[in-house]
Design a protein around this ligand. Structure first.
Ligand SMILES: Nc1nc2c(c(=O)[nH]1)N[C@H]1C(S)=C(S)[C@@H](COP(=O)(O)OP(=O)(O)OC[C@H]3O[C@@H](n4cnc5c(=O)[nH]c(N)nc54)[C@H](O)[C@@H]3O)O[C@H]1N2
Ligand SMILES: Nc1nc2c(c(=O)[nH]1)N[C@H]1C(S)=C(S)[C@@H](COP(=O)(O)OP(=O)(O)OC[C@H]3O[C@@H](n4cnc5c(=O)[nH]c(N)nc54)[C@H](O)[C@@H]3O)O[C@H]1N2
Ligand SMILES: [Mo]
Length: 686
């Protein structure tokens, strides 16, 4: 108790690097203030622009309060119903499907990253309790990069981000932490103040790039060639780290023979950089060890994304920057992430798994049996997935769609039934990070808003109702409390790793992983050879090149001559936070940014309406001049407010990345290999 407030510990469970520790001040069951938790050693008492606005999300006037039924899909006519009615509709449908098909495969789950708390896996648990179902898995975020590092290192580990402070040089390669990981960015700034040099390699002159010592505007997809050129130059300079290569790697000879056949001129063409720039950067890297390479998820959202990450890994390896303090090639840290039992994800059933990416195409393929019921959770599929026009068309063929969310999202609007979810302030949970090494809790700070319920609670209710209607229909452990659930998720080893006896101790403050803070320090890798693998036989077995050789991505063509990059936006988390007025005001709704020279060539005036189009269709939006992009590239931030029938992802094709199957079961999504044309829209007055 503190001045009549009670303070609770919470953790932002969004799909974000930072997974921030929050202190929640509650008075009379109402949140009156949220602030960063100073005892969280990574986020250190600070939140981002979105985090500080959480009260406006919890008590938002647009937040769902009750279960709703739509009278005719897409009609926008909603009727409030009771939970009992909602459960009847769901369970009767499930039982009908079972009867009709003698199978539960026509029931499909599409769940992604709205909430990464451990308890959220209850949704998969509920599905797995029914029998074999269809489930969309994989990832739009990071699949190609994960596989690339898996082939090279044998696993996905990064150093503690604190190691940024020990670097002499930081290379931010296709990452924009000034927006997407603000606490890492604060560390980068701190390192810079101590004399560390920062290089940013990105097709966009981002907020991060603006703070760098050197910005390199690379051609999209040209990173692999660029990295290979740097290796070739460093080799010629006689500056490769023979000690690391001889003792800790395999395949170097093979790789160096390949490099002999690869010309700097082709690298210049692929990356849009001169050989002088490459030489200068090569010098900088070899003269400033340790070098911390941070490979962002943006870089690998291309058809050659995995191969490009492998080339950057190789650059880290030849310069001996692996396994040392302040060095490394960092991408994601699954050390903490994979420490939990995830007991609900385990199933004896043979589920029908499909790629979560380009779900429109998966639905088309899913026959025998077709999908008759779709359950969306933690997912704004219609806004965030590719090829959205076809997606909506194919969703309309599904007989029954349920969406569990906090808001009436575009996906909810394509549903028959919408169930109101709680926010993370309304139920207990624990949230791991995929980047830093702190673990923290979500205490139940307030009671659920109106009739909202957690996904865990909903899973239990569906299961009970099913068994009431037809005993034996679901073996979901209904007796479990949230506390029991968390007990099951922790092993003794996990407790030991955080120096705690029970997860309950997280109520006293976040805890840090007490294992090694430097990835691959032992220089023993998890690859089949135990070494860093320039040549990966595991990759060959997957039908991929063994070496990190150059692979071109798909380039723009005459008809669609511009790259359309749709990166992540500062004041959104994908499509989330769009209901917060304060953020709405400063947010660039539906704007395309283009170079003034491009605009002039296309007779586009600043602030006018334009049409962006390709084979998939077109959208209209406002144009804004920006010197932040090259003349062949335009930017439209994904997730920002968009109108139905005018969504940017309706012109994003579902091109798979080259890698992803090994670690996430399916390839990732080459969102940034989209090419378009653009023209002004003539306004005719009637
Ligand atoms: N504020 C905010 N934070 C977020 C999110 C958000 O939406 N908003 N989303 C969260 C999620 S889900 C994710 S996956 C992460 C994403 O985090 P990041 O990877 O940092 O963000 P992206 O915007 O996906 O891409 C980063 C950069 O990659 C660049 N890029 C694109 N193509 C290329 C290329 O070919 N080469 C190079 N070198 N660079 C390229 C883009 O221009 C962009 O600036 O952030 C998480 N955090
Ligand atoms: N053009 C383009 N498209 C992209 C990308 C890109 O770079 N460019 N990036 C891709 C990436 S990296 C990602 S991660 C995806 C994101 O795809 P999604 O994960 O579908 O994106 P969000 O908009 O974060 O949607 C999450 C939904 O979960 C809801 N939610 C939050 N908490 C809870 C909860 O506790 N329970 C339930 N049931 N719901 C909850 C939120 O209100 C929100 O509607 O988008 C991808 N799409
Ligand atoms: Mo993501």
């Amino acid at each position: 108790m503190n001045n009549n407030y009670k303070v609770y510990r919470n953790t932002c469970p969004r799909n974000c690097y930072d997974t921030c520790g929050i202190l929640t001040y509650v008075k009379n069951n109402k949140i009156v203030k949220v602030t960063g938790d100073p005892s969280h050693g990574f986020t250190k008492g600070h939140l981002c622009s979105k985090g500080y606005n959480y009260i406006k999300m919890v008590y938002n006037k647009e937040r769902l309060k009750y279960p709703l039924r739509q009278k005719g899909r897409g009609s926008g006519i909603w009727e409030r119903i009771t939970w009992e009615q909602a459960l009847d509709m769901i369970c009767e449908k499930i039982l009908k499907i079972k009867e009709k098909y003698t199978s539960t495969l026509p029931i499909c789950l599409n769940k992604y990253s709205g909430n990464f708390g451990l308890l959220q896996t209850a949704v998969e648990g509920m599905f797995n309790s029914l029998g074999p179902t269809t489930q969309a898995i994989g990832s739009p975020c990071w699949s190609a990069g994960l596989d690339a590092q898996y082939y090279d290192f044998g696993g996905n580990f990064s150093s503690d981000p604190n190691e940024l402070l020990n670097a002499k040089l930081i290379v931010l390669w296709g990452a924009n932490p000034a927006w997407t990981s603000v606490h890492s960015f604060a560390m980068i700034t701190q390192a810079q103040e101590r004399g560390t040099k920062v290089v940013v390699i990105d097709p966009i002159y981002t907020q991060t790039a603006k703070k760098a010592d050197w910005y390199i505007q690379i051609k999209p997809g040209g990173d692999g060639s660029f990295a290979l050129a740097l290796i070739k130059i460093i080799n010629k300079m006689g500056k490769i780290d023979h000690n690391f290569i001889n003792n800790h790697t395999i395949g170097w000879e093979n790789f160096s023979r390949y490099l002999d056949t690869f010309s700097l001129e082709e690298a210049a063409e692929d990356s849009g950089q001169s050989i002088e720039i490459m030489e200068e950067l090569a010098e900088l890297i070899v003269n400033n060890s340790p070098c911390f390479f941070w490979v962002g998820f943006g870089l690998q959202r291309h058809a050659n994304g995995g191969q490009n990450v492998r080339a950057i890994d190789a650059l880290g390896a030849v310069t001996g920057n692996i396994g040392i303090s302040g060095g490394g090639v960092h991408y994601a840290n699954l050390k903490i992430w994979n420490m939990f039992n995830y007991s609900f994800l385990k199933t004896k059933h043979i589920n029908r798994y499909v790629n979560i990416n380009n779900f429109a195409a998966q639905l088309q393929k899913l026959q025998e049996p077709p999908i008759e019921m779709l359950w969306n959770s933690c997912r704004n599929l219609v806004r965030q997935d590719t090829n959205s026009t076809l997606l909506i068309e194919n969703m309309r063929k599904i007989d029954f769609i349920v969406t569990v969310d906090l808001f009436l999202t575009d996906t909810a609007c394509e549903s028959d039934l919408v169930l109101p979810a709680t926010t993370f302030f309304e139920n207990l949970d624990v949230v791991p990070s995929y980047w830093h090494t702190w673990l923290s809790i979500n205490e139940k700070a307030i009671t659920p808003y109106y009739e909202s319920k957690s996904d865990f609670e909903i899973a239990k209710m569906v299961s009970s109702k099913l068994n009431k209607l037809k005993p034996g229909s679901s073996n979901f452990p209904n007796h479990l409390s949230e506390e029991d659930f968390l007990d099951n998720e922790f092993s003794q080893e996990t407790y030991d790793s955080f120096g705690i006896k029970h997860w309950d101790e997280l109520r006293q403050g976040p805890k840090k992983y007490n294992g090694p803070s430097i990835a691959w320090k032992s220089k023993i890798f998890k690859t089949p050879s135990g070494k860093y693998e320039f040549f990966s036989n595991t990759a060959v077995l997957k039908g991929l090149p063994g070496l990190p050789i150059k692979k071109n991505t798909i380039s723009p063509n005459k008809k669609y001559p511009y790259w359309l990059l749709t990166p992540h936006y500062q004041h959104r988390l994908n499509s989330q936070f769009q209901h917060i007025d304060r953020l709405k005001k400063i947010c660039s709704d539906s704007i395309v940014y283009l170079n003034p020279v491009t605009a002039k060539n296309k007779h586009i005036k600043n602030g006018c309406i334009v049409k962006i189009y390709n084979e998939l269709g077109s959208i209209t939006c406002l144009a804004a001049y920006s010197e932040n992009v090259a003349q062949d590239t335009i930017i439209y931030f994904q997730g920002v407010n968009q109108k139905k029938n005018n969504m940017i992802n309706s012109i994003i094709k579902g091109i798979p990345t080259d890698m992803g199957e090994k670690t996430t079961d399916f390839p990732g999504m080459a969102f940034y290999d989209t090419h378009v044309n653009i023209e002004p829209v003539k306004i005719t007055r009637s």
